[in-house]
Design a protein around this ligand. Structure first.
Ligand code: ATP
Ligand code: MG
Length: 556
């Protein structure tokens, strides 16, 4: 496995080191708090690597908490996929899975506590009016006419909210802070709203749900989170986070720290937009290999190590940044180059008949899976009189430009096999070369020809009779535009050619590969046996990514 590189400490690591050194904390607790309203994407992977990584690095713990305060958009399918993705990435949360909904009773009691302290009130402004009262960046807000209700009245009305006595939008519980605060989040934010929806964890127990802001910090406090790490858009919410922690009799005082979100060009990191691609059937599902979801990347053939290495290479900074997707892809290549077994697959087959072999010639050639990783073992490649090479490796006439190609009178080496020399070829009526006759040069397995006429090129090949037909799914970037969701309609930037399905001939060992095994198809690219559809009887491989530009890697 590629080792994660040592980097200078980021600002959160520095804070943690200081907190441990000063005795502020004796150990650290972090959490990853996804909202189960979609599948996790590469941006979440950054947050996962950061939160779980900090816990590992400092010998602390990291909780998984489903931030499930929004029952209408949430789904059990998402709850399951999120767990699978985290474990696949190589992380394990501490103890049981937690849910914000586990704390609904406590949060409700704390809301009552605020009311009793005169710091929360039931507001009956209609949503439209409430918006108007809130003001904007230039204009301070106005106090709600319901702001001065008595504690008794508020307690009674909040109970009425909880008991279903109001319809959605008719009433909300608001914190009483400051309607003229420059930070709009402090203008009497809603802490409980009515939602007459069933919840995937709590069923129909509640028809009022806490807001993110009211739930998050208090959940952190309940779990003893020491460093609550989130993305920059929550910076403006931090004063509110701190306000609740100060006002309430919470068991601990967590702190929130914000870091920059990951944006990748040529894709989108927003569950809402990714959901639209799924709902509009632009892709086959959340785990379509063109999706930047963790499950999509998995199905595409990206390895957990490559995703972790990429995430760990990113700056954890106080600014957002756009990262070039090529950078991400290079991490995938590095990992696959080091770890993926090699095998042969011919995409555009051209038959080569080796005329000096008998019709029933059958020989088992042995080949290692990796040029410099003996421990990966090897496989047997059947070699027969008729083989297939790629059309592109044959040229009718010799030219300097194509001196490594197969051409009459010239020799090439069959990868992992013998040297052969082309004699002549046949064409079909449209002028396409359909067959090449060649002779095998004796005693050239692993050694140069005795006559000194060395082959210039090496080609990949498959036995024509023993090779197996496979479906190849050739994926490329889903979007043609670098910033698909900037301005305009991102649906218009979808590349209709981003999936091409073709058939190819693979060496027999590949058909037996387990789903999700990754290979370098020599001279072609990195491929993975499809997680769901690959079977020995019907092999299916997905293109993960092309080979790097450096050709030396793929030539003998
Ligand atoms: P989205 O906008 O895609 O719905 P979100 O922030 O609403 O993302 P959550 O489920 O609330 O998604 O996120 C869980 C955690 O992952 C949060 O702490 C969030 O800050 C973090 N996160 C989400 N997107 C990114 C990203 N692009 N880069 C880094 N961290 C992210
Ligand atoms: Mg969110």
């Amino acid at each position: 496995m590629t080792e994660e590189k040592a980097k200078p400490a980021n600002f959160i690591e520095k804070i943690i080191s200081e907190d441990l050194a000063s005795g502020q904390h004796s150990s650290i607790v972090t959490r990853f708090p996804p909202e189960p309203n979609g599948y996790l994407h590469i941006g979440h992977a950054k947050a996962i690597c950061l939160n779980f990584g900090l816990a590992q690095q400092f010998g602390g713990q990291c909780n998984l908490r489903f931030d499930d305060t929004n029952p209408e958009k949430e789904d059990e399918e998402f709850v399951q996929s999120i767990q699978d993705d985290i474990q696949w990435l190589g992380f394990q949360w501490s103890g049981e899975i937690r849910h914000t909904s586990d704390y609904f009773d406590q949060l409700h009691d704390w809301a009552v506590h605020l009311i009793k302290e005169g710091k929360a009130y039931v507001c009956e402004l209609k949503p439209e009016q409430a918006k108007e009262y809130r003001g904007n960046f230039q204009t301070p807000g106005k106090n709600s006419p319901y702001r001065e209700r008595t504690v008794e009245e508020n307690l009674e009305l909040f109970a009425k909210m909880r008991d279903g006595g109001f319809e959605e939008g008719e009433a909300a519980l608001r914190a009483k802070i400051d309607m003229s605060a420059p930070n709009m989040n402090l203008r009497d934010p809603i802490i409980y709203r009515i939602k007459k929806a069933s919840h995937h964890q709590t069923g129909d127990k509640w028809c009022i749900y806490p807001s993110y802001d009211f739930a998050h910090g208090q959940s952190d406090a309940i779990e003893g989170i020491t460093h609550s790490v989130c993305t920059l858009e929550f910076s403006d919410h931090r004063p509110l986070y701190d306000w609740f922690i100060e006002q309430l009799p919470v068991p601990a005082e967590p702190h929130q720290y914000e870091f920059g979100r990951l944006h990748l060009n040529y894709t989108m990191t927003s569950k809402r937009k990714l959901k639209a691609l799924v709902d509009d059937k632009i892709v086959a599902g959340w785990d379509d290999p063109r999706m930047p979801t963790i499950s999509g990347l998995r199905r595409r053939g990206f390895t957990p190590a490559s995703i972790r290495n990429f995430c760990n290479s990113l700056a954890v900074a106080k600014t957002d940044g756009i990262v070039d997707i090529a950078q991400f892809e290079s991490f995938a290549r590095d990992d696959l180059n080091q770890n993926a077994p090699r095998a042969m697959c011919v995409l555009n087959p051209l038959k080569v008949v080796i005329t000096n072999l008998t019709d029933d010639h059958y020989e088992e050639l042995k080949a290692p899976y990796h040029p410099n990783r003996e421990e990966l073992g090897g496989r047997v490649i059947p070699f027969t009189k008729e083989i297939l090479i790629d059309q592109d490796d044959f040229k009718e006439e010799y030219s300097k430009k194509f001196k490594k190609k197969f051409t009459p009178g010239k020799r090439i080496r069959l990868r992992n096999g013998y040297v052969i020399e082309a004699v002549d070829f046949e064409k079909d009526d449209s002028g396409n070369v359909i067959k090449v006759n060649a002779i095998l040069i004796e005693n050239t397995l692993g050694v140069d020809p005795e006559d000194g006429d060395k082959p210039k090129g090496v080609v990949h090949w498959v036995s024509a009779d023993k090779g197996v037909e496979a479906e190849l799914r050739l994926y490329s970037r889903l979007f043609t535009s670098e910033a698909p969701d900037k301005g305009g309609d991102y649906m218009e930037n979808v590349d209709a050619q981003s999936l091409k399905i073709t058939t190819a001939i693979i060496e027999p060992s590949l058909a037996k590969a387990a789903p999700e095994s990754a290979f370098q198809f020599e001279r072609e690219g990195y491929y993975v046996a499809d997680r769901y559809d690959h079977a020995e009887e019907k092999p299916v491989f997905n293109l993960t990514i092309g080979l790097r530009e450096d050709k030396s890697l793929t030539q003998a």
